[in-house]
Every structure is written in structure tokens, then in C-alpha cells.
Ligand binder design. Structure first.
Ligand code: HGY
Ligand code: MN
Ligand code: MN
Length: 419
């Protein structure tokens, strides 16, 4: 197979251009970040830009019922199932230019490189950009890929609402991405995703590329903690049913569980903690909070969920009148990637003389959903500043991006000749 390499300047300029869509000045970090919340106007603008680039490349576009975008490049043998590769365009509200975007724009750069070389692969190729990977607006992550591969039913997805009561079905309609293609039909030959690591391992070890072995388990819950609002001054402590205190206790307990080591490499985050009425002189009568737990071990995750449930029972027993409702909003077990894809990534990195190591994914990714219906795998690019992500400081340099997309090019070409 002729050696090809991507055009790194072209990739970098597309990353910069997409990074301008939804750009905002982040007061806390004092940096320009990216805010393209799923199905927002900014997400629509980002999608429109990506679709325009897809059309320029001569790809044929199809949008499915949950808004996933598929851009197809014909192979020599149309009867063969395609190699799919891509990621997501949506971001968290304090996002960076690389999370998701590197995988989608890197995939388009792979197509441009094949077009420039006049190379047609045996298998067809499909670039995918999937709806609402982040999950932070409508409450469950990898949504588009989960519907496309059958884990989440379409009608259930359509009914999910954001904090303002807007639902996915209506928002897809509003931004013009409620497609006609039926979901849960596509079954690629293989799926590969390039993504920034979003952690410190590769940069700390001075490595060029990550060979991703699996994605850790994810457990998301929403807590509705109901106490009794009362006067902050006149109410004696023994009379209080303080929902804010209960939320704080749960957060401390989560960190105690992590530090105990009893649940393996558990990670826990209370990302949302909204007291009501949220006034200085009123004891919070209600708190809406979230618990995000991650664990590379399924048994450790299950025990952590049980321990959290027990602690919530204890809190309610200790405080008369306190009620805590726990609603699960996302749950995936550990998802291993296919050895065929892992070794293709490792082989491509080694052939290019790129230092690499195997590691698991700390974040969730679209690839973990596609892994349920085909051989799937991921390539990680290192990130500067200890790989920080979900923060405007997220940054991978031209070499880090270029190396990982060159590996994507090689892996896609190999899998596309796998007949
Ligand atoms: O939450 C995650 O792991 C991903 O960023 N959606
Ligand atoms: Mn991502
Ligand atoms: Mn993310």
C-alpha cells in the first residue's frame, strides 16, 4: 500500500475554522472556549459547516431520524459493508476546539488525502458526525450513537428534555436535522475514532499516540433532594431540613468512597448542584444535583452505586422530613475494543515510528456504542496542559493532531482492504 500522509496545515485550518463556531470568552479561564451545546443554534452552525465540507468532497450525505450525519464515499465493491470513522461536533458549555472536532475533521482530512491521491478503497467509507455525544444538555451521553446502534429507543430519545423543557424531537426539527433515514439500521464493517485523550497519560510519558483498549463504565444519576425552606436566622438548627446540607454530605461521601479504595479506581463528580430558592437568607428547600461516577471495573461500579444508594437511605433516616429521589440518567458498562482494531492502530503507529502505548478511555465516546455492532477502536492524541478537557484550555498541537490523523488514515485504509 502506497505511503500517504495527510495535509497537516489543511487539517489545522479546518480545526481553527470550526473552533470559531460557538467561540466565547470564558471569564473563569480568561480564554476563548467553544460552546456548541447539542441541538443549539451553534451546533446547527457547526453541523452546517461540516456538511458543506462533506459536499465539497463529493460525499453523499444522509441524516438519520436522530440527526446523525453520514457522509459516504463509494468503494470499488459496493456490496461490502463500509468502514465508518468520525466523532461529534457538539461540545460542553466550557469546551475546547478538539473534543469531537478532531475526529470529525480528521476523518474529512483522511478523505481529502485519498481524493488527492486518487485512491479508491475496496470497501466504501462513511464519515459519521453523531448527535449529542456530550449528553450535558438533555441528560444522557453518546445519545445519537446509542440510538443508531439500538441501546436507546428513538421515541425515548425524542422525549428527553433540557432544563427549559425543550425536547430533543422538537429541537432536531427546529435546527433542520431531524432526518428521514431510519435509525438502528447501519452496521459497518468496522468503526474507528480519533479523539484527544482528555487526560495526562500520553503527555506525561512523552508519547505520540494512544492505542485505546476500552472505555470505562459510566453511571449518571440526577438527585432531587427535598427538605424545607425556612428562615436562615430564625430557624434553630434542630428544626432544619436543609437540602443544601444533604447535597454537601453526599458530595463528601462520594470523595470518601473514592479515597477508600474499596471501589477500585472509582471517579465521582457532583457537576450540578442547584439549590432552590438559592437565596442567602433561605435554607434550601430543594436541591437538584447530579452524580457522575466512572470505573474501569464493572463490579467496582456496581458496588459504588449500591453504597451511594445505602448512604442516601441513611441520610433520609437521620433527618426527618428529608426526601431524596435518585433517577438514573445514563449507564454503560465497561466496553472493550476489538483486538483487530487495537493492533491495526498499534501497527500503524509503530510503522510510522510514533511512540505509543495501550490505555483505557477515561471519557465516554461514540466508539463505545458502535463497538456493540461491529469491530471498533480508537486512537488518542495527546493534549497539552496535562490533557485538560471540558475546559477552554484544551489544546493539542499540530504535530499531535497530525500524527494521530495519519494513524487514522493508515487504519482506515487497512480496514477498507480487509475483505
Ligand atoms: O462524559 C463523557 O465522558 C463524554 O465527554 N460525553
Ligand atoms: Mn468527545
Ligand atoms: Mn466531551
Amino acid at each position: 500500500m502506497k505511503e500517504l500522509s495527510i495535509n497537516r496545515d489543511r487539517l489545522w485550518s479546518h480545526l481553527s475554522e470550526l473552533g470559531e463556531i460557538g467561540a466565547y470568552h470564558d471569564e473563569v479561564a480568561d480564554l476563548v472556549g467553544v460552546r456548541r451545546l447539542a441541538l443549539s443554534d451553534e451546533d446547527r452552525a457547526g453541523r452546517d459547516r461540516v456538511v458543506a465540507w462533506m459536499r465539497e468532497l463529493g460525499l453523499s450525505i444522509s441524516i438519520d431520524e436522530i440527526g446523525n450525519i453520514y457522509a459516504e464515499r463509494a468503494g470499488r465493491d459496493a456490496s461490502l459493508s463500509p468502514v465508518m470513522f468520525g466523532s461529534h461536533v457538539d461540545s460542553v458549555p466550557t469546551g475546547g476546539r478538539f473534543d469531537g472536532a478532531l475526529g470529525v475533521l480528521g476523518a474529512l482530512e483522511v478523505v481529502r488525502t485519498l481524493n488527492d491521491a486518487g485512491e479508491q478503497t475496496t470497501r466504501p467509507l462513511v464519515v459519521g458526525a453523531f448527535t449529542d455525544e456530550e449528553g450535558c444538555r438533555f441528560g444522557t451521553d453518546m445519545l445519537g450513537s446509542a440510538v443508531a446502534t439500538g441501546r436507546i429507543p428513538l421515541q425515548q430519545a425524542y422525549g428527553l428534555t433540557d432544563r427549559d423543557g425543550l425536547c430533543i424531537g422538537d429541537e432536531l426539527e427546529r435546527i433542520g436535522y431531524k432526518g428521514k433515514e431510519p435509525v438502528n439500521q447501519r452496521r459497518p464493517h468496522a468503526y474507528v475514532e480519533c479523539h484527544v485523550e482528555q487526560g495526562p497519560t500520553l503527555i506525561r510519558e512523552g508519547l505520540d499516540v494512544g492505542v485505546v483498549t476500552m472505555v470505562q463504565a459510566i453511571s449518571w444519576h440526577e438527585l432531587t433532594i427535598t427538605g424545607r425552606s425556612a428562615h436562615a436566622g430564625a430557624t434553630p438548627t434542630s428544626y432544619r431540613v436543609d437540602a443544601g446540607l444533604a447535597a454537601a454530605r453526599i458530595n463528601v461521601r462520594l470523595r470518601e468512597m473514592v479515597d477508600s479504595g474499596e471501589f477500585g479506581e472509582l471517579r465521582a463528580t457532583m457537576g450540578v448542584n442547584r439549590p432552590h430558592p438559592g437565596m442567602i437568607n433561605v435554607i434550601p428547600g430543594r436541591v437538584i444535583a447530579t452524580v457522575d461516577m466512572r470505573n474501569p471495573d464493572d463490579d467496582g461500579m456496581r458496588r459504588a452505586e449500591q453504597a451511594l444508594g445505602r448512604y442516601i437511605e441513611e441520610l433520609q433516616e437521620q433527618t426527618e422530613g428529608l426526601r431524596i429521589a435518585l433517577r438514573r440518567t445514563a449507564r454503560t458498562d465497561v466496553v472493550p475494543f476489538a483486538e483487530k482494531v487495537r493492533s491495526a492502530v498499534e501497527g500503524a503507529a509503530n510503522d510510522r515510528g510514533l511512540s505509543n502505548r495501550r490505555l483505557f478511555a477515561g471519557a465516554g465516546h461514540d466508539a463505545q456504542e458502535w463497538a456493540h455492532v461491529c469491530d471498533a477502536g480508537m486512537i488518542f492524541a495527546p493534549g497539552e496542559y496535562d490533557g485538560i478537557s471540558h475546559n477552554p484550555r484544551e489544546y493539542s498541537n499540530e504535530k499531535q493532531c497530525g500524527d494521530s490523523i495519519d494513524v487514522l488514515l493508515d487504519v482506515v485504509r487497512r480496514l477498507a482492504e480487509d475483505v
